[in-house]
Design a protein around this ligand. Structure first.
Ligand code: PEP
Ligand code: MN
Length: 269
């Protein structure tokens, strides 16, 4: 279905586009971010991502670069011309990112943080609203209303897998639920198969399924050297994996009359 178009810089999410959002789980250093940013940009990514204030299960693990990430975000945006999405873990982060970040992401653990959602409703930046790890579909789409009530109608939903009784994979991708949320809300829905599966081997198949099912895009984690990543290295795509993923999407996109590109209709770079 044709969803609302959310425009961010020269990129479009929704409408009839299939957009790839890509970047590292956490921004770690200049070389890591620039390597990934330049690579995914050259292959048609519509938006960059990278965590700055991480919501880690273990408080002793890497918590993110904080303010040291801001010059790196500026450099990646300048080099690629792409918009940048970062998770806001706290209302104070909205102001913190005001000048440098284009799209504010609500992480799975904060989908039910209604006071954060209300604050995001007052901003005029697009919001990526991830599904809570145990959220019902109704709760997820009601969370949109908290943002829209403040006058911000630029919401992109992101299915990132839910916690089920199945322990083999990190989460269970609810593809039907993602399509339901898209049909019910009319807002664009992207799939995050990185957190959804926790397994690089399953990311490309799930990305293809998302495209074939009519979702509006994917968000994937990419790292130049996953073995050395400071967070989520076990699920990161290498640069080569990313290329294979994009190559595999093209024939499906072509069959559907879609382009994997930043504005959904321009030529491949
Ligand atoms: C992320 O995208 O960086 C992230 C932490 O994901 P989630 O909130 O879905 O766990
Ligand atoms: Mn991650």
């Amino acid at each position: 279905m044709k969803t609302r178009e959310i425009r961010v810089g020269s990129s479009v999410i929704g409408g009839s586009a299939f957009s790839v959002v890509a970047g590292p789980c956490s921004i770690e250093n200049q070389k890591q971010l620039m390597t990934v940013a330049n690579h995914v940009s050259e292959r048609g990514a519509a938006m960059l991502r990278g965590g700055v204030f991480k919501m880690r299960t273990d408080p002793k693990s890497f918590q993110g670069l904080g303010k040291d990430a801001l010059p790196l975000i500026r450099e990646a945006k300048a080099a690629t011309g792409l918009p940048f999405a970062v998770e806001v873990a706290d209302p104070s982060h909205i102001e913190f990112f005001a000048d440098d970040v284009d799209v504010l992401q609500v992480g799975s653990r904060n989908m039910h943080n209604y006071y954060l959602l209300k604050e995001l409703g007052k901003t005029r930046k697009p919001i990526i609203l991830k599904r809570g790890l145990a959220a019902h579909l109704k709760e997820w789409i009601l969370a949109i209303d908290y943002i829209v009530a403040g006058g911000n109608e630029q919401v992109i939903l992101c299915e990132r897998g839910i916690r089920t009784f199945e322990p083999e994979l990190r989460n269970t991708v609810d593809l039907a639920g993602a399509v339901w949320a898209q049909q019910k809300s009319g807002f664009p829905v992207i799939l995050d198969p990185s957190h959804g599966t926790g397994s690089p081997d399953l990311i490309a198949p799930m990305a293809k399924a998302a495209l074939a099912a009519g979702l509006d895009g994917i968000m994937v984690e990419v790292h130049p050297n996953p073995a050395c990543a400071l967070s989520d290295g076990f699920q990161a795509l290498t640069l080569e994996n990313f290329d294979q993923l994009i190559t595999g999407l093209h024939p499906i996109a072509q069959a559907l009359g879609k382009k994997i590109s930043r504005n959904g209709s321009s030529e491949q770079k």
